[in-house]
Design a binder for this molecule. Structure first.
Ligand code: SF4
Ligand code: SF4
Length: 501
């Protein structure tokens, strides 16, 4: 049923429909039929919902009193944005001097390192970008400029100036200060949850989370070399040995679009819009500070086993479904990206919110997977099962997990035609967090070890109709959804004002 944002609109609509409040139940069954433009204008059907206390006024009657008889069309060049207007009202001399005075002020405040003009503040100002020029893309070692552009005489794009190019020292901070710096910067650029890990010699040799080669180009091996910056050739992608830290970003995607799968599976899968700002901006930020950012190219060019890096750094817990990992705040509905850097970062630890244990008794994703690709085992195993009778080379031994059939999943998605992704929308943790009951359930799951309530909670998801439904792809249009489809406040504490992210 259509919702209304003011009592005035509700009354108007009921008058329009020719019904009384008592007949409201029937109104939902009546398709509106407009007979002329006045009737159409009186409808609130297309209005976005606003707070309950907002009243609507008549057309052309805003709260600013207006005399339409004297109003003229205006010349848009006559605004305070134009220097001509400064000169007209305050004199040419002052208008001419304004830019130079402002630049001198900023120079002075920067030299004094006044609040808001410190090294990190300037890095923030210079680094955030809504995207690089169209002829530039983010490659393994940083921006790569289209060959046609450089052949035509265009200069290769390098991002913001490095400290060397600016003639100043690089940023120095403790690993804890640096992690805090990256948390704040990346959150501003759209990241939800950050994690950091060490990539020292020990972890490279014994804890194998770095891939041997690049997924979309098996010929390219991932190797370490004693070089100042990352680079790639047709046979290798190089991580400098000085780059001993890695960053993990987890960006939110749209909860409600996940429930419109499999119909909108492809669109849902690309609903990590913020990555287009986050990735180039993070490259810029590290470059401004004087540090590297390696491996930030396409999703299938990542140097890591993405889920493993997220689980080791406490961004996520593992799940029954090998397609995604689980965050306590937002379930599985996000996208992972990760990079290597030489900025010293304080490592973050793995977490336990009881979610992987919850998967033992849940299995909702497996029960709803149309291809049967997700394990229905009651316990995780060290042994990797054969895939269709053939030993699996898709999985990496060394963890005790539930093992999905990724080949069947991907093939089925292609056969079906819409990218599926139904398991994301079906996951029991794909719930919104506004209702207090969800917080209470999450707390219970986290504090009890294999709580006997877990299977009850899992069934509740079905009972309350959570999950995907073909009809939700059409109902989606009628909701008053959060911007970009996700509620970013679930990762903010005390409205964002609690110190330390
Ligand atoms: S994407 Fe579809 S086929 Fe693949 S695991 Fe998820 S539900 Fe199953
Ligand atoms: S649906 Fe259940 S079993 Fe599957 S990943 Fe989510 S919590 Fe785990």
């Amino acid at each position: 049923m259509q919702k209304f944002h003011s009592t005035v609109s509700r009354r108007d609509f009921m008058k329009f429909m020719g019904i009384t409040a008592a007949g409201l139940g029937a109104a939902g069954l009546v398709a509106p039929a407009f007979h002329d433009l006045d009737e159409l204008a009186a409808s609130t059907k297309g209005n976005q919902r606003r707070p309950w206390y907002v009243k609507e006024r008549e057309f052309y009657n805003p709260t600013v009193e207006t005399d339409w008889a004297v109003m003229q069309r205006r010349d848009p060049t006559n605004t305070g944005q134009q220097t001509e207007m400064w000169a007209k009202y305050y004199g040419q001399k002052r208008a001419d001097e304004a830019s130079a005075k402002g630049a001198a002020n900023v120079k002075q405040w920067t030299a004094n390192k006044e609040p808001g003009f410190t090294y990190r503040a300037l890095a923030l100002q210079k680094s955030v970008t809504r995207g690089w020029p169209a002829y530039v893309s983010l490659g393994w070692g940083g921006p790569t400029t289209n060959g046609t552009w450089t052949k035509g005489g265009g200069k290769a794009y390098t991002g913001v100036q490095s400290p060397e190019e600016r003639g100043e020292a690089k940023w120095t901070g403790t690993p804890e200060e640096n992690s805090q710096l990256m948390n704040a910067f990346m959150r501003y650029c759209g990241n939800a949850i950050s994690g950091y890990g060490p990539l020292d010699t020990d972890s490279r040799e014994y804890k194998q989370i770095i891939s041997t080669n690049i997924k979309h180009n098996a010929a390219q091996k991932v190797v370490f070399e004693d070089v100042p910056a990352g680079y790639e050739t047709s046979t290798k992608r190089v991580i400098p040995t000085s780059h001993q830290y890695y960053l993990v970003n987890w960006e939110m995607m749209s909860h409600d679009l996940s429930r419109t799968t499999p119909a909108q599976g492809g669109l849902f899968n690309s609903s990590d819009h913020v990555a287009t700002i986050l990735k180039p901006s993070t490259f810029n930020f590290l470059r401004y500070l004087g540090y590297g950012y390696v491996g930030g190219g396409s999703d299938d060019g990542t140097p890591f086993v993405e889920g493993a890096s997220a689980i080791l750094t406490g961004v996520c817990e593992g799940s029954r479904n090998n397609v995604f990992s689980l965050t306590p705040e937002y379930g599985p509905i996000g996208r992972l990206h990760n990079y290597v850097t030489n900025l010293p970062l304080a490592a973050t630890k793995p977490i336990d919110a009881g979610m992987f244990k919850f998967c033992y008794t849940c299995g909702k994703c497996a029960n709803n997977c149309p291809s049967g690709s997700i394990s229905t085992a009651s316990e995780p195993t060290w042994e990797i099962p054969d895939i269709n009778g053939i030993p699996s080379t898709m999985h990496n031994r060394g963890t005790k997990e539930f093992w999905s059939d990724g080949a069947l999943c991907r093939m089925w998605r292609t056969e079906y035609g819409t990218s599926c992704n139904k398991c994301w929308g079906e996951c029991t943790f794909t719930t919104n967090s506004r209702a207090m009951v969800h917080s209470m359930i999450k707390t219970t799951i986290a504090t009890a070890s294999i709580s006997p309530l877990n299977s009850f909670f899992a069934k509740m998801g079905d009972t309350f109709g959570y999950g995907t439904d073909d009809q939700k792809a059409e109902e989606w249009w009628d909701y008053s959804l959060p911007i970009l489809g996700f509620d970013s406040t679930v990762v903010a504490f005390d409205g964002g004002y609690r110190k330390t992210l």
